[in-house]
Design a protein around this ligand. Structure first.
Ligand code: ATP
Ligand code: PRP
Length: 211
């Protein structure tokens, strides 16, 4: 049996064509069903539906053989026991620093001001500002980061940006790109050794589909 951990929404939707390439079609739609374990057209493959930030944990502990997780999620989690063999080129976005339109970010950086930065991505933000030798207070949030500069909670945010529509709708502007983000296939290290005859053909099918 091969178990693949996926999150609902964009990762599930964007992974479907890759699964099809490996002959896998889920028998339920996670948006309609409350089931968390989905059978597929391949009797030897099942999908488990977990929170995006929980995908590495399921794969790390071997509760899933494969998973699909954003680079952002992987950088925020402890990736012991995981291989990241393939960039699936889905879930593409950019990790950015953004501020209220009109806020003098460059001036604040130049003055060496200590900024309050709200983010869900504390590790990524910490490393970014440390590299720039900037002192910041990091404020951990779990979502809707865009609200933080508008309410005075923070001077800046670190968040993912794709179309830029969310920033625009909230009168924020991106001032720095930290890194491009896409989703990766992750594999449990022990499973890859013990079940390589089962897992390798599926990894090859995903790799061909990405090409
Ligand atoms: P959780 O439910 O654990 O809080 P989440 O809400 O960030 O996670 P999703 O919104 O499903 O989960 O995003 C999954 C992944 O897709 C993210 O980890 C990121 O890599 C990528 N992503 C996030 N926002 C966008 C976007 N607007 N456009 C494209 N990809 C995105
Ligand atoms: C993500 C992110 C931004 C938005 C950016 O939120 O947190 O708010 O996408 O995308 P855009 O540049 O195309 O507007 P998401 O849609 O995942 O909602 P969430 O807050 O539920 O995670």
């Amino acid at each position: 049996m091969i178990t693949i951990a996926l999150s609902k929404g964009r990762i599930f939707d964007d992974t479907l064509p890759l699964l099809h390439a490996a002959g896998i079609t889920p028998l339920d739609d996670p948006e309609k069903s409350r089931k968390l374990i989905l059978d597929t057209t391949r009797v030897d493959v099942k999908l488990i539906i977990v929170r995006a930030s929980d995908v590495p944990t399921y794969v790390q502990y071997g509760a899933a053989d494969f998973g699909v997780a954003g680079k952002d999620v992987l950088l925020e989690s402890d990736c012991m026991g995981l291989y990241q063999p393939l960039d699936l080129r889905i879930g593409k976005c950019r990790m950015m620093v953004a501020v209220r339109d009109g806020y003098d970010y460059a001036g604040a950086v130049k003055r060496g001001a200590r900024l309050n930065v709200a983010t869900k991505y504390v590790q990524i933000a910490r490393e970014h500002f440390a590299k720039k030798a900037m002192h910041v207070n990091l404020i951990k949030l779990y979502g809707s980061m865009e609200l933080a500069p508008l309410t005075g909670l923070a001077d800046a945010i670190v968040d993912v940006v794709s179309t830029g529509n969310t920033l625009k709708a909230n009168k924020l502007i991106a001032v720095e790109e930290i890194m491009p983000i896409s989703s990766r296939l992750i594999v449990n290290r022990a499973a890859l050794k013990l079940k390589s005859a089962e897992l390798q053909p599926m990894m090859d099918a995903f790799a061909n589909a990405v090409k």
